[in-house]
Every structure is written in structure tokens, then in C-alpha cells.
Design a protein around this ligand. Structure first.
Ligand code: ADP
Ligand code: ADP
Ligand code: ZN
Length: 217
């Protein structure tokens, strides 16, 4: 099964993608994570992308579709891909169709996380992740069970993203409205879109997604 998780910054895409990896053995394909890895490694792509990401704007379609194509050539993605943060533009949606059909694969669902924009700044500003395994947390909504210790791997260091500040989040939300939300009709026409209440708590959102994947919704 291959799915897209679609929603603005802070909607809960990464949180749900990581859970689906843990519970279903699917594979999270986060272009944001891939780009941050490229920035950290100082690759030419990373050097090009850094300023754009810091500003909350979109990296070029060619770059992100290129890295998704390379990732889809790795065999683990045959276990089922969760596209998280990709596609973000009409051109990327077209590219994804091509990348999948070239490999004899197809999309099963586009799951839209419906959220109230007013809640997103608080979600993004309170976000932090384990520096070792990448598990996501929140200052208010999802603290580690033991303070200062990652639930998943036991690590004690955490990190925050430089672009998770109120100002950049506003730009990212505007980019979502202008360029990403308009791709929904493309998938609606294919009958792939399923809506989930992204304002529910994390477990409830997970239950709604599971019902869709299990054909019960
Ligand atoms: P995205 O990948 O869509 O940008 P994340 O999954 O990183 O979003 O979630 C943003 C922040 O909000 C994280 O700190 C996460 O722990 C928290 N979060 C995710 N889903 C919910 C939810 N349903 N209710 C409250 N907080 C949530
Ligand atoms: P979010 O938590 O906002 O969903 P991501 O981690 O998905 O954030 O993305 C962080 C940044 O990386 C974006 O603001 C953008 O600059 C860049 N980026 C990630 N995915 C894409 C994409 N598919 N197309 C263009 N830029 C992207
Ligand atoms: Zn961890």
C-alpha cells in the first residue's frame, strides 16, 4: 500500500507516519527529513536548499522529485510508502504519478489531515525530536514518558528545527494554501482522498487513519 499524508505544517503527518512505520512496517518518505539530511551532510543539494528552507519557502520541484525517485529505487519502499511532505505542488503530484507508474506501483489513498490553522503555530513551536532516532514529541501534547528520555530508544538528547518559529510557520502555511492545497482536486478526481480530523488527539487521528487503511472507513 502506498499513501500520501497531506496537511499543513504541524498537522501531524510525521507523527502518524512514524507510527505507521512502527506498527505496519511501512516506510516513511519525508522530503523534509531527506533535505535536512542533505543540509547536514553539506551536499550540493543541501547547500542549495538551506536558505530556502530557513525562509519557509519551497525547494524546487526538480530537486525533491529527484530525491523521491532515488528513494523509490531502494527495495524497502516495496513494503509500502508513506509520502510525508511530498507532493507539495501540482508539478510534484504529476512527477509522483510518473515515478510510481514507471515502477509498476500506484497510490492507494491520499489522507488529508484537516486542521484549524490557529492551532498550528502552537504545534510547530512546541515540536522537538529525539536527536538519535527522530521520534517526535511536543512540549504540551506529547512529552516523553520519562522526562528527558526518548520513549523509543532511551536517548537523552533532543533537537528543535531552526524553521519551527512563528514567523517561518506563517510563510509555510501560506505556501501550503497557495501551492499544496490546490492539488487536492487532482486526487479527488481519482477518488483517492480520505479526510481525517487532525484536531483530534494523536491516538484518535491514528485510529481514523487505521480505519481507512483497513477498509473500515
Ligand atoms: P507535520 O509532520 O505535519 O509537520 P508533526 O507530526 O511533526 O507535524 O506534528 C507537529 C507537532 O504537533 C509535534 O510536536 C507533534 O508531537 C504534535 N502533534 C501531532 N499530532 C498531534 C495531535 N493530533 N494533537 C496534538 N499535537 C499533535
Ligand atoms: P513541515 O513540518 O512543515 O511539514 P517539512 O519537514 O515537510 O515541514 O519541510 C520542511 C521544509 O523543507 C519546507 O518548508 C520546504 O522548504 C522544504 N520541503 C520539504 N518537502 C518539500 C517539497 N515536497 N517541496 C518543496 N520543498 C519541500
Ligand atoms: Zn529516540
Amino acid at each position: 500500500m502506498n499513501i500520501i499524508l497531506l496537511g499543513p505544517p504541524g498537522a501531524g503527518k510525521g507523527t502518524q507516519a512514524k507510527r505507521l512505520e512502527q506498527e505496519r512496517g511501512m516506510v516513511q518518505l519525508s522530503t523534509g527529513d531527506m533535505l535536512r539530511a542533505a543540509v547536514k551532510a553539506g551536499t550540493p543539494t543541501g547547500i542549495q536548499a538551506k536558505a530556502v528552507m530557513d525562509a519557509g519557502e519551497l525547494v524546487s520541484d526538480a530537486i525533491v522529485s529527484g530525491i523521491i525517485g532515488e528513494r523509490l529505487d531502494m527495495e524497502d519502499t516495496l513494503k509500502g510508502a508513506i509520502f510525508d511532505g511530498y507532493p507539495r505542488t501540482a508539478a510534484q503530484a504529476e512527477s509522483l504519478d510518473t515515478l510510481l507508474s514507471e515502477r509498476g506501483r500506484q497510490l492507494d489513498f491520499v489522507i488529508e489531515l484537516e486542521v484549524n490553522e490557529d492551532a498550528l503555530v502552537e504545534r510547530v513551536e512546541g515540536r522537538f525530536t529525539c536527536a538519535n532516532c527522530g521520534e517526535g514529541y511536543h512540549d504540551k501534547f506529547k512529552l516523553p514518558k520519562v522526562e528527558g528520555t526518548c520513549d523509543v530508544c532511551g536517548h537523552h538528547e533532543f533537537k528543535r528545527r531552526p524553521d519551527d518559529n512563528a514567523e517561518t510557520v506563517r510563510t509555510r502555511m501560506a505556501e501550503y494554501r497557495a501551492k499544496t492545497a490546490p492539488i487536492l482536486p487532482f486526487y479527488e478526481a481519482k477518488g483517492l482522498v480520505r479526510k481525517v480530523d487532525g484536531m483530534a488527539d494523536i491516538a484518535e487521528v491514528g485510529a481514523q487513519i487505521d480505519a481507512i487503511l483497513d477498509g473500515k472507513a
